[in-house]
Design a protein around this ligand. Structure first.
Ligand code: AMP
Ligand code: GLY
Length: 423
């Protein structure tokens, strides 16, 4: 069978790497792909947002299954389009993808069904938002754009004055255009963060190894929020007992809520949780696999991924048994000079080690030109290492490989996963 993956980041490189292991997969295509994916998959120059062109390509190349990586095409309805054309695809439809596409939608759903999350208020007028802030006692608070903003739409504010500035930036200066025309103002929560990927066919669900990612740019969780500077799994912070609590109070009630609302969610639902002193609470939902968590979670999946994704499409997930490897994985993201602000592109990358069973380099912002590998994005690649012995051993192995790689301006965090074993 031929398979198409939509997207071109580290998550998609990992999806291509994993799906390629399926015994019946012949050719994989990835749109737009990247410099690493191009070694494993055909990367035609098509626009991932042009659904009719994608559907024609799928028919022409006899592609039997399509997997969508990023949120934008899901929120824009790629699944609805493909299903109307009778083309098998993995991912939630447009209505279900609102869980990520609209913070107000997801907060209202959680409020209606008593799913634990930060307390909140929503606004579509800047004056009302500012007035609300003026009545609060001084405190840290979070201001979020309602719509998609490439992962940058949540602004954590240390005090009310920065919250007023955030409201102004979103609603008046429109730094994220229409995505910020409505906002959610949210209680600030503290605790360890956990990412749980729950794959569902609308009836049954399974969860993959719980992970943690590192969103801030600098060591010690300082600096700006990024797309993610590293990750590891499994995370010891989600103890078996807390996992049970999270499944019982959050994951299962969310799927039940979607059913009650008549929303057919088929795909992976990413539960971004905060383990607060009052129990696990939802920070956010994403309607897709996380990046860079996928780069550690899929190497720990013993079972065939394509079989799982097809079972979701066919609503036969309940028949599958899934094996999670009893091992540890850590991924360190190498970023371009300047990232997460304006960054450089076109720098030559050298010293990438050969992939082994316990060491995998997943490309994100890279491209090939005349035999050279060049940087082509803010997050350039992730180095994933695995160990059966310990998380510390996996992390140290990843950093040894990182030490061999070089490009001008390269920077990375030196404390990925450290908190998990140092406490
Ligand atoms: P989001 O885009 O909603 O995932 O938020 C990005 C990051 O901002 C999260 O991973 C958290 O670190 C932080 N964050 C978001 N919402 C809250 C909150 N209510 N309290 C504390 N931190 C938050
Ligand atoms: N790692 C966070 C995300 O994928 O949104």
């Amino acid at each position: 069978m031929n398979v198409l993956i939509i997207g071109g980041g580290g998550r998609e490189h990992t999806l291509v790497w994993k799906i390629r292991q399926h015994p019946e997969v012949k050719q994989i295509y990835c749109i737009p792909g990247n410099g690493g994916i191009a070694a494993l998959a055909g990367c035609p120059a098509l626009d991932a947002g042009d659904f009719p062109a994608l559907a024609s390509f799928v028919r022409e190349r006899e592609i039997g299954f399509t997997v969508v990586g990023p949120e934008q095409p899901l929120v824009d309805g790629i699944v609805d389009y493909f299903e109307a054309e009778k083309l098998p695809i993995f991912g939630p439809n447009r209505s279900a993808a609102r869980l990520e596409g609209s913070k107000i939608f997801s907060k209202q759903l959680m409020a209606k069904y008593d799913i634990p999350t930060a307390g909140f208020a929503e606004f579509d007028r800047v004056e009302a938002a500012l007035k609300y802030l003026s009545h609060l006692p001084e405190q840290p608070i979070v201001v979020k754009a309602d719509g998609l903003a490439a992962g940058k739409g949540s602004i954590v504010c240390p005090d009310l004055n920065s919250a007023r500035e955030a409201v102004d930036a979103l609603m008046r200066q429109k730094i994220f255009a229409a995505a910020g025309s409505k906002v959610v103002i949210e209680e600030f929560m503290t605790g360890e963060e956990v990412s749980i990927f729950a794959i569902t066919d609308g009836r049954d669900y399974l969860t993959l190894t719980p992970a943690q990612d590192f969103k801030r740019a600098l060591d010690g969780d300082r600096g700006k929020n990024t797309g993610g500077m590293g990750s590891y799994a499994p995370t010891p912070f989600l103890t078996p007992q807390l996992r049970e609590v999270a499944l019982r109070t959050i994951v299962e009630p969310t799927f039940a809520a979607l059913q009650s609302e008549g929303i057919d969610y088929r795909g992976v639902l990413y539960f971004g949780l905060m383990l607060t002193s009052g129990g696990p609470k939802v920070i956010e939902f994403n309607c897709r696999f996380g990046d860079p968590e996928t780069q550690v979670v899929l190497p720990l999946l013993g079972s065939d991924l394509l079989e799982i994704l097809q079972a979701v499409h066919n609503r036969t997930l309940g028949k599958l048994r899934v094996e999670l490897k009893p091992a540890y994985a850590a991924a360190v993201v190498l970023a371009a000079g300047g990232y997460p602000d304006a960054y450089e592109k076109g720098r030559e990358i050298r010293g990438i080690p050969e992939n082994r069973d316990d060491l995998l380099v997943f490309h994100a912002g890279t491209r090939r030109e005349s035999g050279r590998l060049l940087t082509n994005g803010g997050r350039v690649m992730a180095v994933t290492a695995l160990s059966e012995a310990s998380l510390q051993a996996a992390t140290e192995k990843a950093y040894q490989a990182v030490a061999q790689i070089h490009f001008d301006g390269m920077h990375f965090r030196r404390d990925i996963a450290r908190r998990a074993w140092e406490g």
